[in-house]
Design a protein around this ligand. Sequence first.
Ligand code: AMP
Ligand code: ZN
Length: 472
Amino acid sequence: MGLKLFNTLARSVQEFAPLDPPKVGMYCCGPTVYDFAHIGNWRTFVFTDLVRRYLEFKGYAVTHVMNITDIEDKIIKRVRQNKTTLPEFTGKFEIAFFEDLKTLNCLSPHQTPRATEHITEIISLIQKLIARGIAYQSADGSVYFSIEKYRGGGYNYGQLLKLNFDEMRPGERVKSDEYAKESIADFALWKARAPDDGDIFWPSPFGEGRPGWHIECSAMSMKILGASFDLHLGGEDLIFPHHEDEIAQSEGATQKTFVKYWLHGAHLLVEGKKMSKSLGNFFTLRDLLAKGFTGREVRYLLLTAHYRETFNFTLEGLNGAKTALARIDECVAKLRDRAADMLSLEKKPGQHSAVDLLPSFTAALDEDLNISGACGAVFEWIREVNRRLAEHSLSPTAAETALIEWEKTDSVLGIGAKSETEIPADISALAEARAAAKKAKDFKRSDEIRDELKSKGWVVEDSPKGFKLKNN
Ligand code: AMP
Ligand code: ZN
């Protein structure tokens, strides 16, 4: 069955049909590295990770690009306040971002371009827009995108959002990177060097200065994915002006459709309120780790809310995630035991029949990533597995098959049930040597090895079926 996604551009759920299957070009607006990413940001990045993982599960060859915004208004302000340099300041938060990405088990994007390393591409894109008469230089040396000229050329400004052009005052300009919905104003592509910028500027044919935020994403996405690509993602706050401006800049320069599908994740609230430091309800991932929660628990909670619904984050919700994960872990551990139970003599009718998970799991995700339905399928499967195990009607082979289903499911969820298989090679070699010594009735040697394993943090438990290793 085909995947359907809500395309902001069409304002409806559409069948996903990439431009050049099985290839999929996917660009996600990345972090502005001026602070540690908060859990609202992480909701969006976990959502994009789910999209990528599900596309790969469905057999698409995804190129996932996520930019690093390492130059924009907020960054310049913080560099000035902290009396530091741009690379030193952004470098610290960029490293933290990638650490957090790993903690949340998000797959690393294939490319993570930095804006500061694409100034040449940004300049040439601005030059194209100037040459086409859509951009102009103002008296202070900054270069602006002309909404009026763009529309006059037959282009549609307001593709993602319906805009009221009756209130437009042609030629009105906005220089800051972020501005209100009502402002249908010419926006800055290149900002002429100002005293507050300190030593943060680059030379350009338009004079010294720095790029605007919106042009950064157009230049980097098109350089890597081409003039037209399949998917563009971000949080809903980016729909206007950031993404609308990206479309205008890109289509204005190339005269081609920029992106086929636009996906936007709804925002995260904390205890029903917008997160803010002054309300004391602002959490970075690190704040939650310091409270004793794991990245896996945070990922599970963020993942299990549908991406188009505003998500209300609570610490209670995190405790719920812990409980849900424990149920999954318990079931997977029991399946592993059963799969290894090759001495089993019990034979029950139907014991080899499979416990299916993937058909219902994928049917749910195909419907615009219906994650509640997908999780419902997982817990229904757990109930059935537990029932079959309790009545001894699941053969080791059927348990093995169920584990394979789980692994495929988890390649999408990325919640990685605790593995008992991650036993280092030297430890399992020692355990095997101990078993051999025992078999040869060399109990002195087997005890020595047991102690050695213990000193390395591993306990061996013997059972009639063999031995088991546990890591304390
Ligand atoms: P930024 O680092 O501010 O550029 O944001 C990175 C990503 O996080 C963007 O896609 C934003 O749309 C998204 N974002 C920001 N705040 C929230 C929030 N409260 N909930 C969900 N996503 C958010
Ligand atoms: Zn962007």
